[in-house]
Design a protein around this ligand. Sequence first.
Ligand SMILES: [Zn+2]
Length: 162
Amino acid sequence: MRFVADGMLGKLARWLRLAGHDVIYIGKLNLPSEKQDEEMLEIASKEKGVLLTADVVLHKRATKSGLKSILIRETEIAKQLVEISRRLGKRIEIVPENSRCPICNGPLTSVEKNAINNVVPEKVLIANDSFWRCTDCRKIYWKGKHWKNIIETMNQYENMMK
Ligand SMILES: [Zn+2]
């Protein structure tokens, strides 16, 4: 699924990429907010992406003009991911095998530990067995503490909603 995230949702954009989704994130444009909204709507329409926005006005404008839009009300990242899952009727899963690079949106591929000896700090090499590399910018990823925390919080929150 392709998303177009508004400038306030940079962190969410990075996590959706980790969850394997194609996310267009253009950050804060140096435009008056009216112009910025128009730009966002144009991109969402051109790229056929689901607009993600925390802005009620923009959300209403998007749905009025026939675009798919999800209004993000939550502020915590794990809750935002659950919020999107519910709106899509499809769980957002963070599985590294399907991930995209949170920095550049490139696809990740699994990489052997001994191929990255000199790239990753030794204590990270010792603590982890699986690593992934971005095929575009070459950045290395592993399931760090932050990753585990988000998945745990998502599970807790989903259970709470049941
Ligand atoms: Zn990358």
